[in-house]
Design a binder for this molecule. Sequence first.
Ligand SMILES: Cc1cc2nc3c(=O)[nH]c(=O)nc-3n(C[C@H](O)[C@H](O)[C@H](O)COP(=O)(O)OP(=O)(O)OC[C@H]3O[C@@H](n4cnc5c(N)ncnc54)[C@H](O)[C@@H]3O)c2cc1C
Length: 298
Amino acid sequence: MTDAKGDRSRRPHEQANPDSYVHIVERNAKGIVISGTKAIVTGAPYMHELLVMPCRNMGEADADFAVCCAVSIDAPGLTIAARAAGRPGEKVEHGEALFSRKYGQSTGVCMFDRVFVPWENVFYAGEWEHSGHLTYSYATHHRHTCIGARAGFGDLLIGAGALMCEANGFDPGRETHLREQMVDLIKITEGFFACGVAASVYGKADAHSNTFMPDPVFSNIGKLLLATQIYDMHRIAHYVSGGLVVTLPGPDEDHNPETGASRPTCCARTRPCRTRSASRRRASSKTSRPATGAAGTA
Ligand SMILES: Cc1cc2nc3c(=O)[nH]c(=O)nc-3n(C[C@H](O)[C@H](O)[C@H](O)COP(=O)(O)OP(=O)(O)OC[C@H]3O[C@@H](n4cnc5c(N)ncnc54)[C@H](O)[C@@H]3O)c2cc1C
């Protein structure tokens, strides 16, 4: 959906480089031919098809840029420059990042150079008046799902935060300043999750397509809450954990025979503590609702 956009102060047809937005360069009896760049596409390299959509309202002069279609991932003329899942510099195993190859996501810049799309895969081509509605409808769905994804992430932070408190020798239930921070973290996560639930409960069938539409107000408010409070979530996780989460060497160092044995005993509590799984259960019990999506309670 998100085009490269070029000069953000100009509309699509005003761009010096028309490839800043994906657009139709040719129409024939069999289909359309498109060129341009979609700049931020999650999971692009490992999809069967790319769903190309407009990312903004369009005017009549932008008609060639008003295009929505499905493009096969191996269509001639399509090039994807992907950013690998994982952090830059992360140690790889069998050519891939150890953790994020399973849980991380790759993103890609998709460059269309005269890509042919048959009419059966074209949903609209040139009907610029519908671009605003299409973008808004998609965004409502996207914001709804994003709430679920970030609530799962919030659960992970809550569980990890509780475990870090314990590793530092504190019981977050007893230590007032930690309890307040953990309550804030839970309040934020459950607050926007509740908007996601409300968006589902108050959702309605779309009058034209009959597909289910989440309630747009709750979807948008939930997305606003999560997008503005995500920084607080990180701040709180950092507060309850301390500086070690930023400065510790990676997990490889745990297996270093020179330092591996002594380091954990000075960095973490030495009193007997509950098993890791018991701590996890306790951390997950802080969130009383079921886990959401792939990222459940830690
Ligand atoms: C992790 C992640 C995954 C994503 N996955 C996808 C995906 O799968 N598919 C997809 O389509 N998109 C995806 N997005 C993109 C997301 O939708 C974009 O971040 C969003 O559309 C904003 O576009 P942009 O980043 O180009 O910023 P812009 O909207 O271009 O904004 C850049 C800056 O310019 C300002 N600005 C922009 N336009 C104007 C204007 N007209 N007047 C004044 N100021 C302006 C903005 O306020 C901002 O400061 C993803 C983003 C992230 C972070």
